[in-house]
Design a protein around this ligand. Structure first.
Ligand code: ATP
Ligand code: MG
Ligand code: FE
Length: 344
């Protein structure tokens, strides 16, 4: 099916068009620059940006795909999870589009979209597979039986998301937002073993309850304390070493738990998604540990790892294939939508 997907859960207005597993267009307008001076996404600012960007982005996607809206078979949209005010804008646009075209509307789960998008780059997903989603807003380990119908959460962060930890540590170090790429670069010249920062939820007593959960707020606090102490003692903060040591703590836990989750779920394929999937250390450590464990990695190209519309279009095509029932025209958004609900 020819599906248009609309994504507006955070700070990217994304519109994608797919024909089955073939990507025809993926246009993204990001408001990230408008959030820089606040050091994080401001929901009101994001909503307003979506409102301005949505129609032009739909037009651009149609031009790129060389598709007329009348040819579209279905309209897919992110129903949650995400920022309520941001989701509402995409939802209103998608409903209007579906009604005007007389085509079915599918309200979909953003996290499932991060998984489905890999179909566009690497074809059908082996089942079951495990997905590690790491971004500014989420950090989860999922077991995927069928991306359209069967996703269960194995674990998630109990406090900060991995990308959020990067952004907060960058702020502590006086580096700009978003912190992920900046810390990644700063770490390149540093020693990852210079400082032993804590690995959240990996001591035996925590593993009993939180085998596949993550915690990054203790790590962030540990970095902040270390930097404070150094500054108080008049020692120059070794930026590269702190960045590399922090990054090692994040990536060590993410990769160890992801590989463990694959073993536990009986999966020999591990899929990565979210903005933090761009991280160089995460990629190298994963490659190493996955190879040791006989696990094949699936990492979509960077533009498909961050929030985009193609992921929602790809998931829409899978839901249509699976015979999913179109959503009600009075469908609402759900900021806390659980990942087990792929179609709303
Ligand atoms: P959502 O959580 O809904 O997916 P988001 O906008 O927070 O939305 P993305 O756009 O997928 O997430 O990714 C942005 C996050 O990824 C930021 O926290 C950013 O710091 C982080 N990030 C980007 N590049 C890197 C990198 N090379 N290393 C580590 N983190 C990175
Ligand atoms: Mg973003
Ligand atoms: Fe996302």
């Amino acid at each position: 099916p020819l599906v248009i997907g609309i994504e507006s859960s955070c700070d990217e207005t994304g519109v994608g068009i797919v024909s089955g597993h073939t990507l025809l267009a993926n246009e993204v307008a990001s408001s990230v620059e408008e959030h820089v001076r606040f050091g994080g996404v401001v929901p009101e600012v994001a909503s307003r940006a979506h409102l301005q960007a949505l129609v032009p982005t739909i037009r651009r996607a149609c031009r790129t795909a060389d598709v007329d809206l009348s040819e579209v078979d279905a309209v897919a949209v992110t129903a949650g999870p995400g920022l309520a005010g941001a989701l509402v804008v995409g939802m209103a646009g998608a409903k209007a589009l579906a009604a005007a075209l007389g085509k079915p509307l599918y309200g979909l789960n953003h996290l499932a979209g991060h998984v489905a998008v890999d179909l566009l780059d690497h074809g059908p997903l082996p089942t079951p597979c495990v997905a590690l989603l790491v971004s500014g807003g989420h950090t989860s380990l999922l077991r995927v039986g069928d991306v359209a119908t069967d996703i269960t959460q194995l674990g998630a962060t109990i406090d900060d998301a991995a990308g959020e930890a990067y952004d907060k540590v960058a702020r502590v170090l006086g580096l700009p937002y978003p912190g992920g790429p900046v810390i990644d670069r700063a770490a390149a010249g540093g020693d990852p073993r210079a400082i032993r920062f804590p690995r959240g939820l990996t001591v035996p007593k925590d593993l009993v309850r939180h085998r596949f959960d993550f915690s990054f707020s203790g790590l962030k606090t540990a970095v902040a304390r270390w930097v404070e102490t150094a500054r108080r003692d008049g020692v120059e903060v070794p930026l590269a070493d702190v960045a590399a040591s922090f990054q090692e703590a994040v990536c060590d836990v993410l990769t160890a738990k992801a590989v463990d989750a694959c073993r536990s779920a009986g999966a020999d394929h591990l899929l990565i998604g979210g903005g933090v999937a761009a991280n160089s250390r995460l990629r190298s450590l994963l490659a190493e540990r996955a190879a040791e464990a006989g696990i094949t990695l699936r990492i979509p190209r960077p533009a498909l790892c961050t929030d985009n519309g193609a992921m929602i279009a790809a998931l829409g095509a899978e839901v249509v294939r699976a015979g999913g029932r179109p959503s009600s025209p009075d469908l609402g958004v759900d900021p806390g939508l659980p990942v087990s609900r792929v179609l709303v």
